[in-house]
Design a protein around this ligand. Structure first.
Ligand SMILES: [Zn+2]
Ligand SMILES: [Zn+2]
Length: 173
């Protein structure tokens, strides 16, 4: 899970596969409305279509697919992008300037700032209670153990009492 692929450039865009640590297959998600965290299956997150709108299991607010990254995940993606895409381009630019005689047109380009500490993936721990929804059985979540209110399915927003949808983890996971 800790392998990060090299960027694939196609035309004007660069695709970068960034691996995030999982908890028993679940990826940590963050709701920007209520600031609470839950977890959704990593495979499902990857397969979610670009225009999908998802519901927070706690506050029932909905948000587009890309709005659920935690601050740590977001910082990690930015750091990896910098390391794999931006810094190599800057080094290339630096080399090309040297090839042009360096101080061409009085342009001096200080590149000391290119090198950063390596991007470290966010830490993930095994926590939260597994919940499974009758409306979308293939979209289980993990939510706070001590949640006392209804839990909403992230796909369709249907709400259920926490105790009705809570499931024990299977030991083979
Ligand atoms: Zn929320
Ligand atoms: Zn549902």
């Amino acid at each position: 899970m800790d392998e990060t692929d090299e960027p694939i450039a196609a035309g004007d865009s660069v695709t970068l596969a960034i691996s995030m640590p999982l908890d028993r297959g679940f990826l940590r998600r963050h709701c920007s409305s209520c600031e609470r965290e839950f977890k959704r299956l990593g495979d499902r997150v990857t397969e979610t279509s670009e225009d999908a709108v998802l519901t927070c299991p706690y506050c029932y607010q909905s948000a587009p697919r890309d709005d659920w990254w935690t601050e740590e995940q977001h910082a990690y993606m930015q750091n990896v992008t910098y390391e794999k895409v931006v810094a190599p381009k800057l080094r290339e630019f630096q080399r090309s300037l040297k090839g042009m005689g360096g101080g061409l047109l009085g342009l001096s380009f200080d590149l000391k700032g290119i090198e950063h500490a390596p991007a470290l993936p966010p830490q993930e721990i095994a926590d939260m209670a597994r919940v499974e929804f009758p409306c979308h059985v293939d979209e289980p979540l993990r939510v706070a153990e001590d949640w006392e209110f209804d839990v909403a399915c992230t796909i369709c927003g249907t709400r259920y009492p926490f105790t009705d949808v809570r499931r024990q983890d299977q030991s083979h996971e």
